[in-house]
Design a protein around this ligand. Structure first.
Ligand code: R5P
Length: 255
């Protein structure tokens, strides 16, 4: 029987937003690495962790692997097959939702982050599992390089996961909401998500009201999930030029 320490409560101390100066964060990869490694500081012994997807999360996983080797006891639920492969490579113990109802924390990347900490995710096609994992965690922390910060969402095409059957009519209905869109392909083959679905990449000129758009999209038959993550996170870790910032949403009483 696996010991999940179900009754353990982890007090993740909310702090003021903080800035740690670092040197030589010149490339996007170095900034992603700095953000991913910083997020490992939020992990405590015994935690169950939602493991996000993408190249920023890779650095978190690598760091967690080092900490596990030094004796940290954790269990992770991966949000994609790629993350599962990396977690196994770094010897991070895994679990699943048949064993855990609620994760202590989830850490994930993003494709765009607006001023209200709303997100576009799904650039790698993992949005459905990421949302399930983030929604079932006590806290979701987002890690990214600073190029992901925007004033208003919509520059990055919004990924929408749809069922393959009838995707063409689903696409037409999404287009009526104002999007120019295309079916995602990889190497000229239709991209299929880890859940067996398709992704429509939808370019809305701008998304001034992400919640309204998400709700409209969710009403369309054939739409499984959208890459809009609304109000799901209060903490963003951003790797920027020469520093990594932990930004906490002001409404969280953390002045
Ligand atoms: O489906 C992919 C995820 O939403 C990623 O977390 C997102 O695309 C960010 O990826 P990266 O860290 O590689 O920029």
């Amino acid at each position: 029987m696996i010991d999940f320490k179900e009754n353990t409560t982890y007090a993740i101390i909310e702090k003021k937003s903080e800035v740690t100066p670092l040197l030589n964060l010149n490339s996007i990869d170095e900034r992603k690495k700095a953000a991913g490694e910083k997020a490992a500081e939020f992990i405590m012994d015994g935690m169950t962790i939602g493991l996000g997807s993408g190249s920023t999360v890779y650095w978190l996983l690598k760091k967690l692997g080092e900490l596990v080797e030094q004796g940290l006891t954790i269990k992770g639920i991966p949000t994609s097959l790629q993350t599962e492969d990396w977690a196994k490579e770094f010897n991070i113990p895994l679990t699943d939702f048949s064993q855990v109802d609620c994760l202590d924390i989830a850490i994930d990347g993003a494709d765009e982050i607006d001023n209200n900490f709303n997100l576009i995710k799904g650039g790698g096609g993992a949005l459905l599992r990421e949302k399930l994992v983030g929604a079932n965690a006590k806290k979701l922390i987002i890690i990214a390089d600073e190029s992901k910060m925007v004033t208003t969402l919509g520059g990055f095409p919004l990924p929408i996961e749809v069922v393959p059957f009838g995707w063409e009519v689903t696409a037409k209905r999404i287009a009526l909401l104002g999007a120019t869109l295309h079916l995602r392909k990889r190497e000229e083959k239709v991209f299929v998500t880890n859940n067996g679905n398709y992704i429509l990449d939808c370019q809305f000129q701008t998304i001034p009201n992400p919640e309204e758009l998400h709700n409209q999209l969710k009403l369309l038959l054939g739409v499984v999930e959208t890459g809009l993550f609304i109000g799901m996170t209060n903490t963003i870790i951003i790797g920027g030029e020469g520093e990594v910032k932990v930004l906490n949403k002001k409404s969280e009483n953390i002045i």
